[in-house]
Write a protein that binds this ligand. Structure first.
Ligand SMILES: Cc1ncc(COP(=O)(O)O)c(C=O)c1O
Length: 453
């Protein structure tokens, strides 16, 4: 006999054996407490209420409670009823697998300083946004995303990133990665920067497209040589991972190359030494799909991204989005829209930019003498290892011995072997308090491996 127990004030499912009396009730309660379905501190219903609901005699319920109090599962206090004990008795538990301990210092690229997430501003924006929306907001909506966010983004992207954006051409996605998957699913041969993020190559292949390499030099990506390329993926403002900026002549050449250009603007807001580089999309809106993300400015866990599409792609992308997840969840969208229109987003980005610039400067000061590239923007830098010097694997191993995790350049190449050696240092993490100590370890590792730092 199963009971869905509303008398707790929360719904709780209890399996009581048929005709179940005291032992059955005790077993069911123990199981619920062990499994965490009844959390420490939860108040149990009064014996009379539970008896009425389960059909078990009140005295039997009281006896079961007494037994569990004696065993330490429950606490009974006159006047405050019976509650689940603060710390449940130990349960035999064998972990299925051990997860590796996190490194003491983490300077891997990819993450911003999430300890600086603007929780107060986010909560305020969320409360304001939700207080005024009609109930229909929580029904199925437009696959492109909520119009409030698309309108806010159109204004923000035009102002801050030089994107020509109309709300009708914007599709809100679950981060950059979903935008990439949706676009790749509409194309056959996709040229991607070499080096670039291996994960993104895998996303494109899973979407059914073939990946071909685009060599990168000091002016950014070079035009594809293959003629069957129908989509090109670029990180023009700050190439990932080398950090170079796409040269003006290359920007024009890509815009005219005939393939769709996907502009991954993952960290375009964080430019330190001069004005941010405007989006390529701004000069060729019918040939470029601009993609942005909240992953670096706020946090990857929000899973909020956006694309601004050429007109011909709106309908096929909307169909693909609808058949993937219908649309992105609405509460985060409305909150971000409110953050943008109230300018809380701008304030947060400005403050974050100042903090990351200071971190970048500290990194350069600690690594004086080393060849460090890609530092004009973003949250990562490339430390070049001189030819004949230490190998990436040696530096990473030495770092690991000292509790420091770093990124390698090697895993970013389309094909292994014969490439320059380099270390990628992400300076978005760790939080402010631990960052200087992490740099000390990095400097020591490089000093031990080379003579430069
Ligand atoms: C090159 C590049 N593009 C895009 C992103 C953002 O991806 P997403 O929005 O899916 O988290 C990242 C994140 O690390 C990145 O490194």
């Amino acid at each position: 006999m199963a009971f869905d127990w509303a008398a707790f004030g929360v719904d709780l499912h209890l399996d009581l054996p048929a005709g179940g009396r005291r032992a059955g009730l005790e077993r069911a309660l123990r199981a619920a407490i062990r499994a965490g379905r009844l959390a420490p501190g939860s108040r149990l219903p009064a014996t009379r209420a539970l008896a009425a609901e389960t059909g078990v005699a009140r005295g039997t319920v009281a006896a079961a409670y007494d037994q569990l109090v004696a065993e330490g599962y429950l606490t009974a206090r006159t006047g405050s009823g019976t509650t689940v004990a603060p710390v449940p008795p130990p349960v035999a538990f064998t972990p299925a697998a051990t997860t590796p301990a996190p490194p003491r210092f983490d300077l891997r690229p990819g993450a911003p300083d999430v300890s600086a997430f603007p929780t107060t501003a986010w909560l305020r924006a969320s409360r304001r946004a939700l207080a005024r929306v009609p109930a229909a907001t929580f029904d199925y909506g437009d696959p492109r995303g909520h119009v409030a966010l698309r309108s806010a983004l159109a204004e923000y992207l035009g102002r801050a990133r030089g994107v020509l954006a109309h709300p009708d051409r914007i599709v809100v996605t679950s981060g950059y990665v979903q935008a990439l998957a949706l676009l790749a699913g509409l194309h056959r041969v996709v040229a991607m920067e070499d080096p670039g993020l291996a994960f993104h190559r895998a996303v494109v292949r899973r979407a059914g497209a073939r990946v071909v390499p685009l060599a990168v030099d000091e002016s950014g990506a070079r035009l594809p040589s293959a003629s069957d390329v129908d989509m090109v993926v670029l990180t023009p403002a700050h190439q990932y991972p080398t950090g170079v900026t796409l040269a003006p002549a290359r920007r024009r050449a890509f815009a005219d190359c005939g393939a769709l250009v996907v502009e991954d603007d993952y960290d375009g807001e964080f430019r330190y030494d001069r004005q941010p580089v405007g989006a390529v999309q701004g000069v060729a809106p019918e040939r470029v799909a601009y993609v942005g993300t909240a992953a670096k400015t706020l946090g990857p866990a929000l899973r909020l991204g956006w694309m601004v599409l050429p007109e011909r792609l709106v309908e096929p992308v909307v169909a693909a989005k609808r058949h993937t997840d219908y649309h992105t969840e609405v509460v985060g969208q409305l909150t971000l829209a409110e953050m943008i229109t109230s300018h809380a987003y701008d304030r947060h980005v400005r403050a974050a930019r100042a903090r990351y610039r200071a971190r970048r400067d500290l990194l350069l000061a600690r690594l004086r003498g080393a060849r460090v590239g890609g530092v004009a923007a973003g949250l990562h830098a490339l430390v070049e290892l001189p030819p004949g010097g230490p190998r990436e694997a040696d530096v990473l191993a030495e770092a690991a011995r000292r509790g420091l995790a770093l990124g390698d350049l090697g895993s970013h190449w389309h094909a292994p072997g014969g490439h320059p050696q380099g270390i990628i240092v992400g300076y978005g993490t760790p939080g402010e308090a631990r960052y200087p100590a992490a740099l000390d370890v990095l400097a020591r590792v490089l000093r031990a491996q080379t003579s430069v730092a």
